[in-house]
Design a protein around this ligand. Structure first.
Ligand SMILES: NC(=O)CC(=O)C(=O)O
Length: 313
């Protein structure tokens, strides 16, 4: 007999693959309409894409940046409240104290800002002849983990490039998250190669749900997003996805199914904590690290720092 109550073990998730233009007001009104559409469909948690109010590019971040609260987060707060949903507000370029961040604000069904996640790992890559992108030219990295509670489950938040770092997902899993959400905007080089693979890897490794929300593809944009917003289950299977156009992707998050998978293949309780462990590091300057465990018999640890400020909940 399941320990999970039937009423709370399943809930509807919606991922909005939004068409993002250079007109901020249009982006906001389209997002608001699609949040309403998702709620009308019965979704309890709605996820928007990375940079949903602005074109994605280092040349745009300063122009579109806002404080929080600001125009975009006021719209998100109103939309969450009007529709009674948890809202993962994709990301916006945030200005704070003269610095710019790639920030995901999360709202509760009463419109309250529950937390904000600042992209921890900046997207600095150079694939010769394909794509060079250096977020760090204009953005500063966040340095906090971001999880929030819902009546259904605990949710961990990362933004796009954050998904490439398995340690972050492991830490969120260790913190009790059963769903990880990544607003993201992969591109025409890394999208076909890595987008789905990374989601399935994070889901399978940690036996949890993973949801990604991309902007719709716009061939006229300076950065062409791959699209393909997706939801993956704890078995590592894609349960819902879309192509490149604007769309809302729906999925049921079934926590009884998650519990069943964890029981059938019990890796979560078979870890060799005597050999390696996910444990806090002592260095207060760090966020997480692969480091030796203190037990001299142990080998390594993937660890959050002990600083409680490093985790926003
Ligand atoms: N845009 C990103 O942050 C990440 C990305 O496109 C990639 O990792 O590839």
């Amino acid at each position: 007999m399941s320990a999970l109550s039937k009423t709370m073990s399943k809930f509807g998730l919606a991922v909005v693959q939004l068409h993002v233009s250079s007109v901020k007001a249009d982006n906001l009104s389209r997002a608001k309409r699609l949040i309403g559409e998702a709620a009308a469909h019965g979704s309890k948690l709605v996820v928007l894409p990375e940079c949903f109010n602005s074109p994605y590019g280092t040349g745009f971040f300063r122009e579109y940046a806002e404080n929080i609260p600001g125009e975009s987060t006021r719209m998100l707060s109103d939309a969450a409240k009007e529709n009674g949903v948890y809202l993962v507000g994709g990301s916006i370029p945030e200005e704070d104290g003269g610095k710019l961040y790639n920030t995901c604000p999360v709202f509760g069904p009463d419109g309250t800002l529950l937390m904000k996640h600042r992209k921890i790992h900046l997207f600095d890559i150079d694939v010769p002849g394909k794509i060079r992108f250096q977020e760090s030219e204009t953005l500063s990295p966040g340095s906090a983990f971001s999880v929030f509670e819902t009546p259904f489950c605990k949710v961990g938040v990362g933004i796009c490039y954050d998904i490439r770092f398995a340690e972050l997902a492991q830490l969120y899993s260790k913190m009790g998250c059963q769903l990880l959400v990544y607003p993201g905007a992969f591109n025409m080089t890394t999208g076909p190669a890595h987008w789905e693979l990374l989601q399935r890897a994070r889901a399978l490794d940690n036996q949890l749900y993973v949801a990604t929300a991309s902007p719709a593809r716009d061939q006229t944009a300076s950065y062409v997003a791959w699209g393909h917003s997706t939801v993956v289950n704890p078995w590592g299977a894609v349960i819902s996805s879309t192509g490149s156009e604007e769309a809302v992707v729906y999925a049921d998050i079934d926590l009884q199914y998650l519990a069943d998978v964890r029981q059938q293949i019990p890796v979560t309780v078979q870890r060799r904590d005597d050999l390696y462990a996910v444990t806090p590091v002592t260095d207060p300057g760090g966020l997480y690290a692969v480091s030796p465990v203190t037990d001299p018999g142990g080998l390594y640890a993937v660890s959050p720092v002990t600083d409680p400020e490093a985790c926003t909940r």
